[in-house]
Ligand binder design. Structure first.
Ligand code: SIN
Length: 275
């Protein structure tokens, strides 16, 4: 397709997600990249179909957004530590991301975004849910926002990653995992909007509250952020690509397709310290 072809950006719900057509991610012009970047900022998650994106081009697309980072608990693909395989088949005991989360929020500088391409998908199932965390924050009452704004929460990778390793029989050799304290409402560095930034995969407690209060408030927030009106459900096809902004969305992979195979690669882009 000629580089000057117009890009079509079509929101898939009023609240989150847009499908982008008319672009080949392997041969982007600067103008196309700018439009894709702006669509990500506007919609939180963007999707592309029919993308033949070998690993080097996948990395090159990700690197336009920033530095690629290796996953703290996944060794990556041979020769490409910053490329994480996302794979499940009949022998799997778990799948990545089967719970609402923002990727690696336990890092002091959690990833700004992630780009997943699947080359193999089940005939049915294996969708990914995405939810808008601006909407989740804005839908809280003024009183609860006033209480939470300015509070921080502890995010720790160890409980989730150690459990993952136990399930798949991987010896983590006693390694340590990132941990960090982040604001409950973080301000997006590009849009300036506030987004709810706690998740049940990594967030352990709210700093400065008694444990019982912290547990109760986090339980409420996890239920709240999973409201259907904040969500979009993405139906994958082979060679689809999804890119999400981890600073203002969460996602949840659904494992309803066992024993079928679902497989692809993810690259992850370093973010900034949440404020
Ligand atoms: C993830 O990156 O959390 C997995 C997403 C997916 O497999 O749909």
């Amino acid at each position: 397709m000629p580089p000057s072809s117009p890009i079509s950006i079509r929101p898939v719900t009023p609240v989150v997600g847009a499908e982008i057509r008319g672009v080949d991610l392997a041969t982007l012009t600067d103008d196309q990249f700018r439009q894709i970047h702006d669509a990500l900022m506007a919609h939180g998650v963007i999707f592309f179909r029919d993308q033949a994106l070998p690993i080097d081009r996948h990395k090159a697309f990700g690197a336009r957004f920033g530095e690629l980072v290796a996953h703290p608990n996944d060794p990556g693909v041979d020769g490409h530590p910053e490329v994480m395989p996302i794979h499940a088949d009949r022998n799997s005991r778990r799948v990545a991301g089967e719970r609402w989360h923002s990727d690696v929020s336990c890092d002091p500088r959690p990833p700004m975004g992630s780009i997943l391409r699947l080359h193999t998908v089940p005939d049915t199932g294996g969708d990914t849910l995405f939810a808008n965390m601006y909407a989740a924050w804005e839908a809280l009452s003024d009183r609860l926002r006033a209480l939470l704004d300015g509070l921080t929460a502890v995010h720790d990778g160890a409980p989730y990653y150690r459990e993952t390793n136990r399930l798949i029989g991987r010896d983590d050799g006693g390694r340590s995992y990132p941990t960090a304290e982040h604001p409950i409402a973080r301000t997006h560095p590009v849009t300036g909007r506030k987004a709810l930034f706690v998740n049940s995969m990594f967030t352990q407690c709210i700093v400065g509250l008694p444990p019982a209060e912290s547990r109760a408030i986090l339980a409420f927030l996890y239920e709240h952020l999973a409201r259907p009106d904040f969500q979009f459900r993405f139906r994958w096809r082979a060679n689809s690509v999804a890119m999400w902004d981890n600073r203002c969305t969460q996602h949840h992979a659904i494992w309803d397709y066992w024993p079928a195979t679902r497989s692809g690669y993810r690259v992850t882009i370093r973010g900034e310290r949440p404020v």
